[in-house]
Design a protein around this ligand. Structure first.
Ligand code: 6R9
Length: 661
């Protein structure tokens, strides 16, 4: 890769506030450096010590890291534990039984609270219910649930019996559900009748029914349905069962299934550079260790905190920073069903005020949209709410632009709260590059320094370190406990995607470009280097959207998808389409755009809808038939084409593709 020059021209530095330094578990730069040093001198000793201190083991491990099958690494492999025990029972034993674990706020504002004891009982009944349906260790269970106590309990119940869950975001389509059922070989599905978002009820069970009708789901013997709204749905006799019926007569205790450290806790499908999403497989012990450490160190979570991560359990952030980490740390957290704009755009700020949230974790795209909203509706500006309970803020999912960072810092954090710009991925399990609140001087737009023990670096296309100030590929040089273990069913793709031989086969390739500041060594992420887009913090493969478009065989002959920068969503999806019929114009073109957007929403989900669709008689191709994506990116941005187009077969189509519908 040619050097990517840092776009960051940021001179503002925010030292850690004195009260954060005083309070933090990792306090001061010297403490951070001591941890990094410990990891450097005795890598497995470092992680082994932490795994003994932060996890409760049924059977202690004797070997920390097994590199013999590299890059299929094993951590703590001869140890045994149970993740749900570490999240729940541990809190019953250490005095947190009657502490509120989850504060659930429904879309309509109704609040309910669940203590650790109550959550434990619900999870045990749920686990016993799953067992009564024949679900056992190693089985895959697909979870398609709204944000709810029951959604979290479903994940914990699977963990309790050693079943491997695969949560599918509630906005994904029937086709996506079906593909994941088939790929994971799921034998049970946990879903709800409907979900409530922004004052609307949206069917979930009906989507599951449709997934069945697409075929290939014959191995699914049970569909467990949580009754959220009570509206009428179909229940297939024998196969479908209401959650309340399933757990009614179950015991409120359930001996956990003690699993080996490497037992797959979950699969989570994410987009890559081919059309097919990959099932990222995570372990039990290593994953949970990093979930705990990052919650404790990045967010400095302590007993008296109220934590709120606004992610959905359908994304990895909702796994590590809702369903597992905060519970294992014994803190009270918010689970929110709704959307930030309903009933008005002050929802987040009102909830922080009402529940006295102390640590708040959200995405740049939400911040950007709320900046805009509070300009349009000044009554919902954060200044109108009492937000002094906040002490730490977090950001995740995409680069946070310095303007949004400053607004978040000044208006939400009252200028007092440090912002943790956490860089990580579905594959990393938890934060890998992030500030720590009592340690790191902050620079808006930079995710700063590696989490202790994570050997992040920037290399060139041959795997050699580049000097600070020069851009390159972001890699992690040594395996770490919460790393992806494999791609479900496709170990070859795992090896190829993440440990490419071009880089020597030993470096974990994140898939992002990055640069380190020439003086401070701070990391700034420059965005994906593969065909993956980041739209509102959601990963979308361009190939995935292309194959959805061309599967509309009635209309589409060919399609190419690229991203273009967007003020609100970070990147926006732009599709160039060649139709089977003559190139449409005017109202006709508008109609077909809408038709294609709906098609993609049906194939993948509404988040994958192209914002901009343009029609051409052809796509710009080289004489050898390769689509010139670089040109398409320039066209999408509205840039003048200054590149050499002499290899282009048909330069006239560029004028067609310049035109938005
Ligand atoms: C946790 C999560 C991962 C991709 C990642 C990168 C982008 C995430 C970021 C960030 C800049 C941050 N990303 N956090 N870019 N700064 N703080 O988002 O996982 O959905 O797998 O996405 O998101 O491009 O490679 P995932």
């Amino acid at each position: 890769m040619a050097t990517i020059d840092s776009v960051l021209q940021e001179n503002r530095v925010f030292p850690p506030p004195a009260d954060a330094v005083a309070r933090a578990t990792i306090s001061g730069m010297a403490a951070y450096e001591a941890l990094c040093k410990e990891a450097e001198t005795d890598y497995s000793g470092f992680w082994g010590r932490l795994a003994r201190e932060h996890l409760v083991w049924k059977k202690p491990f004797t070997q920390t890291l097994d590199e013999s099958g590299a890059p299929f690494y094993k951590w703590f492999a001869d140890g045994a534990l149970n993740v749900s025990w570490n999240c729940l029972d541990r809190n019953l034993e250490n005095g947190n039984a009657d502490k509120v674990a989850l504060i659930f706020e429904a879309d309509d504002g109704k609040v309910s609270k669940v203590t650790f004891r109550e959550l434990h009982a619900l999870v045990c009944k749920f686990a016993n219910g799953l067992k009564s349906r024949g679900v056992k260790k190693g089985d895959r269970v697909l979870i398609y649930m709204p944000m709810s106590v029951e959604g979290v309990a479903a994940m914990q119940a699977c963990a309790r019996i050693g079943a491997t869950h695969s949560v599918v975001f509630g906005g994904f389509s029937a086709k996506s559900v079906q593909e994941r059922v088939v790929d994971a070989g799921a034998t049970a599905i946990i879903t709800a009748d409907e979900q409530c978002r922004g004052g609307k009820n949206i069917g979930l069970k009906v989507v599951v029914d449709e997934a069945f009708s697409l075929g290939g789901c014959e191995a699914v013997h049970s569909v467990i349905v949580y009754q959220r709204t009570g509206n009428a749905i179909n229940m297939a006799a024998g196969r479908d069962v209401w959650l309340h019926d399933l757990i009614k007569d179950q015991a409120a205790t359930c001996e956990p299934e003690w699993v080996e450290a490497e037992h797959p806790l979950f699969l989570l499908y994410t987009s890559g550079s081919t059309g097919k999403p990959k099932g990222v497989q995570h372990s039990s012990a290593g994953y949970l260790l990093h979930a705990i450490l990052t919650n404790k160190w990045t967010f400095d979570l302590k007993g008296d905190d109220t934590f709120w991560c606004t992610a959905d359990i359908g994304w990895v952030t909702g796994h590590t920073y809702i369903a597992y980490g905060p519970l294992a740390c014994g803190v009270t957290q918010i689970v929110f069903e709704g959307v930030p704009t309903y009933p008005d755009t002050g929802r987040f700020w009102r909830m922080i005020q009402d529940h006295k949230v102390s640590v708040f974790y959200t995405a740049p795209t939400a911040i950007r949209s709320l900046i805009k909203a509070s300009e349009n509706a000044p009554a919902t500006h954060p200044r109108n709410y009492k937000l002094d309970s906040l002490r730490i803020l977090g950001s995740v999912g995409e680069p946070i632009n310095p303007e949004a960072w400053m607004w978040y810092h000044d208006n939400v954090g009252g200028g007092r709260c440090p912002i943790m710009d956490t860089f990580w991925q579905t594959e990393t399990g938890g934060h890998v590059i992030t500030p720590l609140p009592g340690v790191t001087p902050l620079v808006p737009g930079s995710c700063t320094l590696p989490f202790p023990g994570i050997q992040a670096a920037i290399v060139d296309e041959t795997g050699n370190d580049v000097e600070w100030g020069k851009g390159g590929f972001l890699v992690i040089k040594r395996p770490w406990p919460s790393m992806i273990r494999t791609i479900w069913g496709d170990p070859e793709r795992f090896q190829k995607s993440y440990f490419p031989t071009d880089l020597g086969g030993k470096l974990y390739l994140a898939g992002d470009g990055a640069v380190r500041d020439a003086k401070t060594g701070y990391f700034t992420i420059m965005g994906r280097i593969d065909d993956v887009l980041n739209v509102s913090g959601h990963r979308m493969g361009t190939m995935e959207i292309e194959s959805a478009l061309v599967s509309c065989t009635e209309l589409v002959a060919e399609a190419a998808v690229v991203g273009r920068p967007d003020d609100l969503t970070g990147e926006a999806i732009c599709a160039f389409v060649v139709l089977k019929r003559a190139r449409p114009t005017g109202d006709e073109a508008k109609k077909i755009v809408k038709q294609l957007q709906d098609w993609v929403a049906k194939e993948i989900g509404p988040i994958a809808k192209p914002k901009d669709i343009r029609f051409g008689d052809n796509l710009p191709k080289t004489r050898s038939g390769k689509i010139m994506r670089r040109l398409l990116r320039a066209l999408a941005k509205g840039e003048e084409i200054t590149q050499d187009v002499s290899t282009l077969e048909n330069p006239a189509i560029l004028d067609q593709l310049k035109q938005s519908v």
